[in-house]
Design a protein around this ligand. Structure first.
Ligand code: 5GP
Ligand code: ZN
Length: 117
């Protein structure tokens, strides 16, 4: 699994346990950990254990990765007993992506406006 990571990527370093994080869920395919600067009372990032820069780099061939990622989100939500929650993927710098390793934001515990800002 470590061979699927990228040496200088922040989230890959978290996967390899080179940087500490508050991990809430982990299996062979995904890792979930608390956001260091939470934007909601509960704010967890769910990432695939294989490095991919961003969502738009994926294709049909990545269905297993994408399926595991979304299934990972629902598993975390169940584990944390979350009912209503907001799921966000920022794709590209113009959409607010800062860390270029695909991640899903799972946020809960406050009211969320729609449309999202
Ligand atoms: P993005 O803006 O790329 O969609 O989201 C990146 C997220 O990663 C941000 O919410 C930011 O707070 C979080 N983040 C950045 N660096 C770290 C870190 O070292 N540890 C953790 N746990 N979260 C981080
Ligand atoms: Zn990475």
């Amino acid at each position: 699994m470590a061979s699927d990571t990228k040496p200088d990527c922040l989230f890959c370093k978290i996967i390899r346990k080179e940087i500490p994080a508050e991990i809430v869920f982990e299996d062979d395919t995904v890792l979930a950990f608390r956001d260091i600067a939470p934007k909601a009372p509960t704010h967890v990032l769910v990432i695939p254990k294989r490095h991919v820069d961003r969502l738009s780099d994926t294709t049909r061939a990545d269905e297993p990765l994408l399926g595991n990622l979304v299934a990972g989100v629902t598993e975390v939500a169940r584990k944390l007993d979350l009912d209503d929650y907001r799921v966000v993927v920022n794709n590209g710098a113009g959409a607010g992506q800062v860390v270029f390793h695909i991640h899903v934001h799972l946020m809960a515990g406050r009211h969320f406006k729609w449309p999202a800002g």
